[in-house]
Design a protein around this ligand. Structure first.
Ligand code: FAD
Length: 391
């Protein structure tokens, strides 16, 4: 009975949900783009830890690079739900540019909301076409979850800000054309250091910006993840983003949406694992399906509920009512579902030493990050708990 059920389309598939014609167009476009990338290229990007800038640029030319932003700055004028659909598809097919694209859009958000007209023209327009790639610099060696502990300092000297500090785990580091950087501004106006956190747009060629250690990660390979070192880095005054002390507001504006993007990516990873289980089950003649049916049933339900939460959170953004708690619930549920799905897929399909499924292996290594970046699940669960207890 389980065997025949599995041969029907899995009801958790995003295409089965109700989306507008416009949203379905983005979905179809993303599937076309992702499916056209040869499997060998996906494996090579992971194996050799190389970033496919060419694919990133192509994706931007198709409108994915600034999908949820207005046409006046080169964006596609789409909604956030569409962007999440695209991210789900890119994760599902392990598109090797997914993470860089997600961060790229995350960086455009604060410029769109807090940037001057000049900054929008200078950075958003070339970002949407893929001429510029953006990266987000918040995390530091001593400040991950606890962003208030960040130690990068900024000081206004004449017409320039001088930045000093080290940022770590920066997706697209070294490959990016500009960075959104958070630093504590040294200014007597701020007696409380946390309130002094300020944001800057730092171009790759500004004097004093250096690429530090490059990471050879176990998962999420191919995104040039590295340290960015600011060594007396000189940033012109006009590259201040927002006002002095707006840094936390700027960062949160990005992360509130970014967490929903991550949730969508995790739904895609989980779906990819389900796809592989279905593929395998079609050729499995060993009759062991009854053995793993319990876990598989649980998993399918978990993925479906994660997806429902994810698109509920994305619709809230499109209604102009972004909800950080909903976004956190989506991200925690979807990332746990993705890790569970990848693990179950390996349990069911096996290690396959004689015929390894390298994409499944990659999925297993990649999914873990969903529980870590843009707010660990532990921290997000505290946020959810605090919200319900109103404390
Ligand atoms: C592949 C990858 C890409 C990344 N890309 C970027 C990027 O582009 N830009 C960027 O700025 N950052 C990026 N990051 C950093 C990421 O956001 C951080 O790793 C994350 O915020 C966690 O910080 P941490 O690693 O320092 O862990 P820590 O904060 O040191 O946490 C370690 C563990 O302790 C737990 N913990 C910490 N504090 C508490 C608490 N109060 N209560 C309960 N548990 C707690 C955490 O949940 C976690 O399990 C990336 C990370 C990875 C792995």
């Amino acid at each position: 009975m389980l065997q025949s059920e599995l041969k029907k389309p899995v009801s958790t598939d995003a295409t089965q949900l109700l989306f507008s014609e416009e949203q379905q167009k983005w979905l179809a476009k993303a599937i076309d783009f992702a499916k056209a990338i040869p499997k060998a290229d996906i494996i090579a990007a992971d194996r050799d830890n190389i970033f496919r800038r060419d694919l990133f640029e192509k994706a931007c030319q198709l409108g994915f690079g600034a999908l949820p932003f207005g046409k006046e700055f080169g964006g596609a004028g789409g909604d956030y739900v569409s962007f999440c659909l695209v991210n789900e598809v890119f994760a599902r097919y392990l598109t090797p540019i997914m993470s860089s694209l997600g961060v790229h859009v995350l960086c455009q958000e604060p410029i769109y909301r807090f940037g001057t007209e000049e900054q929008k023209q200078k950075y958003l327009v070339p970002s949407s076409s893929g001429k510029f790639l953006a990266a987000f610099c918040l995390t530091e060696p001593q400040a991950g979850s606890d962003t208030a502990a960040l130690q990068t300092k900024g000081k206004l000297v004449g017409d320039e800000y001088i930045l000093n500090g080290t940022k770590t785990f920066i997706t697209s580091g070294g490959a990016a054309d500009y960075y959104i950087v958070m630093a504590k501004l040294q200014d007597p106006q701020f007696s409380d250091e946390v309130k002094s956190i300020t944001s800057f747009i730092v171009e790759k060629n500004f004097p004093g910006l250096e690429v530090g250690q490059k990471f050879d990660l176990m998962g999420m390979r191919g995104y040039t993840t590295c340290e960015i070192v600011l060594n007396d880095c000189r940033v012109p005054k006009e590259n201040l983003l927002g006002e002095h002390g707006d840094g936390r507001k700027v960062a949160l504006s990005s992360l509130a949406k970014g967490r929903i993007t991550i949730a969508a990516q995790c739904c895609g990873w989980a779906q990819s694992a389900l796809d592989k289980i279905r593929e395998y089950s079609a050729s499995d003649t060993t009759g062991t399906l009854e053995g793993y049916g319990q876990n598989l049933g649980k998993l399918v339900a978990q993925v479906a509920s994660a997806r429902a939460l994810t698109f509920q959170a994305a619709y809230a953004v499109d209604r102009g009512e972004p909800d950080v708690v909903l976004a956190s619930m989506a991200k925690t549920q979807a990332s746990d579902a993705a890790v569970f799905a990848a693990s179950e897929a390996i349990s069911i399909i096996g290690w396959g030493a004689d015929k390894p499924d390298l994409l499944l292996e990659r999925l297993f290594r990649d999914t873990k990050v969903g529980q870590i970046y843009e707010g660990t699940n532990q921290i997000l669960r505290l946020l959810i708990a605090r919200n319900i207890l109103n404390c």
